[in-house]
Design a binder for this molecule. Structure first.
Ligand SMILES: *[C@@H]1O[C@H](CO)[C@@H](O)[C@H](O)[C@H]1NC(C)=O
Ligand SMILES: *[C@@H]1O[C@H](CO)[C@@H](O)[C@H](O)[C@H]1NC(C)=O
Ligand SMILES: *[C@@H]1O[C@H](CO)[C@@H](O)[C@H](O)[C@H]1NC(C)=O
Ligand SMILES: *[C@@H]1O[C@H](CO)[C@@H](O)[C@H](O)[C@H]1NC(C)=O
Length: 360
C-alpha cells in the first residue's frame, strides 16, 4: 500500500457545506483537479456563495482561527504554530479528549481506528499527536484541527544521546502529553492506534476513579474479577497495558503521570525503550498505589491481543461483550494488518468512506 496516495474522496464529510477543503488552497493533484471545474462561471458563483456561507458559519463552529486566510504555502505550515491548548479547546468541547500518537507509517492504522470510533460517534473528540510534520500536515489537511505536533518533534531528537535532556524528552513524551492535557482540565482517553472499537467504551469508565486501565495478560480471569490493581507478576511488577488509559483531570491522575515520567528517567536504556514505556507505567502505578484511585477495566470488554486473537473458545463464549480489541502480542506492520483482516477488523479498505480522513 502506498502511504503517499493523494486520491480525493468527494464525500469525506457528510455535510459538504461545512467541508472547508474546497476553499483552502492546497498543493498537489487534488487542487489541480478541483480548479478546472471551479473556474467555470457556475463554479465561481458556487464558490463565492460557499465563501459567504462559510464565513458566517465558521466563527460559530469553533474552527481554528485563520484557517481560511493565507497563501498556498501558509495553509498547511500554519499548523506548526497550533498549540496543544488550542487543539484541546477545539476537540475537547465535551470535556473529554481521545488521544493517540502517530507517525507517518502508521496512518493506515490511524484510519482503521478512526473508522471504528466514528461508528460510535466519538470522532469529534479525537486529537492526533503527530510525531512528524508529514503526519501533522496530512491529518490537518484532511481534517482541520485534529492533529497537533508538540515540539520538539521526535524525529529531530534521534540524534540525542542517552541520558541527555533530549533523550529524556523523547522517551517520556507520552506521559508528558497526557499530563499537559490533564492540566488543561480535560478527561483523556489514550489509545494506541493498533486498536479497534467494537462498542462505546465510555459507559465502562464508571465511578469517579482517577485512572482506568486494562491488564495485558493473556490468561483468562473470572468474569467478576476485581477492579483493583492485580498482584505483581514474575518481574515484581504488574503487566498493565500502557496502550489504553482513561484519566480524569484529578490530582491522583496527574500524580501517576508525573511518577511515570520519573520512572522513565530511571529505566535502563535499551534499543526497544523508545517504543516501550509500559514497564515504567507499571512501576508508576505500583508506587502511587496508596494515594491514587485506580480502576482495572473488565477483561471481557478490553482483552489483550494475547487473549482475543489466540483463544477462540473464549472469544466464542464471550461474544458480544468485547469493546476494544488491541492487536498486540504480534510484531510487524504487515502481520498486524493481516491479523486484523483475518478477524474482520480491518476496516480501512472497504469502509474508508467512514473515516473522517478519507483515503490517505
Ligand atoms: C457533547 O455533549 C452534548 C450534550 O451532552 C451532546 O448532545 C453531544 O452529542 C456531545 N457530542 C459528542 C461529539 O459526543
Ligand atoms: C525538553 O522538553 C522541555 C519541555 O517540553 C523543553 O523545554 C526542552 O527544550 C526540551 N529539551 C530538548 C533538548 O529537547
Ligand atoms: C466471583 O464469583 C465467585 C463464584 O460465584 C466467587 O466465589 C468470588 O468470590 C467472586 N469474586 C469476586 C471478586 O467477587
Ligand atoms: C509493588 O512492587 C513491589 C515489588 O515488586 C511488590 O512487593 C508490591 O506488592 C507492589 N505493590 C503493589 C500495590 O502492586
Amino acid at each position: 500500500m502506498s502511504l503517499h496516495q493523494r486520491q480525493q474522496s468527494p464525500h469525506q464529510q457528510q455535510q459538504p457545506l461545512v467541508d472547508p477543503e474546497p476553499l483552502s488552497p492546497r498543493h498537489g493533484t487534488g487542487l489541480q483537479q478541483r480548479s478546472i471545474s471551479l473556474f467555470s462561471p457556475t463554479g465561481v458563483i458556487i464558490l463565492l456563495s460557499l465563501m459567504v456561507i462559510l464565513g458566517v458559519l465558521f466563527p460559530w463552529m469553533g474552527m481554528p482561527a485563520g484557517l481560511f486566510s493565507g497563501n498556498k504555502d501558509g495553509s498547511l505550515s500554519r499548523w506548526r504554530e497550533y498549540t496543544l491548548a488550542e487543539a484541546a479547546a477545539f476537540v475537547g468541547k465535551n470535556g473529554t479528549i481521545i488521544v493517540c500518537a502517530v507517525s507517518q507509517p502508521y496512518l493506515p492504522f490511524l484510519n482503521n481506528w478512526l473508522i471504528s470510533i466514528a461508528r460510535r460517534n466519538h470522532q469529534e473528540k479525537v486529537l492526533v499527536v503527530a510525531e512528524d510534520y508529514a503526519t501533522l500536515y496530512k491529518v490537518n489537511e484532511k481534517w482541520p484541527g485534529h492533529a497537533v505536533l508538540i515540539p520538539p518533534a521526535p524525529e529531530a531528537q534521534t540524534a540525542h544521546k542517552f541520558g541527555s535532556q533530549g533523550f529524556f524528552n523523547f522517551t517520556s513524551r507520552r506521559p508528558r502529553h497526557l499530563l499537559h492535557i490533564l492540566e488543561l482540565g480535560y478527561n483523556v482517553m489514550y489509545n494506541d492506534v493498533d486498536m479497534v472499537w467494537l462498542a462505546d467504551p465510555f459507559p465502562y469508565m464508571e465511578g469517579n476513579h482517577d485512572v482506568y486501565f486494562t491488564d495485558d495478560m493473556a490468561a483468562v480471569k473470572p468474569l467478576n474479577h476485581s477492579h483493583a490493581l492485580p498482584p505483581p507478576g514474575k518481574k515484581g511488577r504488574t503487566y498493565i497495558c500502557s496502550c489504553m488509559i482513561f484519566l480524569r483531570p484529578t490530582d491522583g491522575a496527574k500524580k501517576v503521570m508525573k511518577k511515570w515520567i520519573e520512572e522513565m528517567q530511571l529505566q535502563p536504556w535499551s534499543t526497544t525503550m523508545k517504543s516501550n514505556d509500559q514497564p515504567a507505567f507499571n512501576w508508576a502505578l505500583n508506587k502511587t498505589y496508596s494515594e491514587v484511585d485506580l480502576y482495572l477495566l473488565p477483561q471481557v470488554a478490553f482483552p489483550s491481543g494475547g487473549l482475543y486473537f489466540k483463544n477462540e473458545k473464549w472469544v466464542q463464549e464471550t461474544r458480544g461483550r468485547h469493546v476494544i480489541i488491541h492487536n498486540n502480542y504480534i510484531s510487524g506492520f504487515e502481520k498486524k494488518i493481516k491479523r486484523f483482516r483475518d478477524f474482520g477488523l480491518w476496516l480501512a479498505d472497504d469502509h474508508i468512506q467512514e473515516s473522517p480522513l478519507g483515503r490517505i
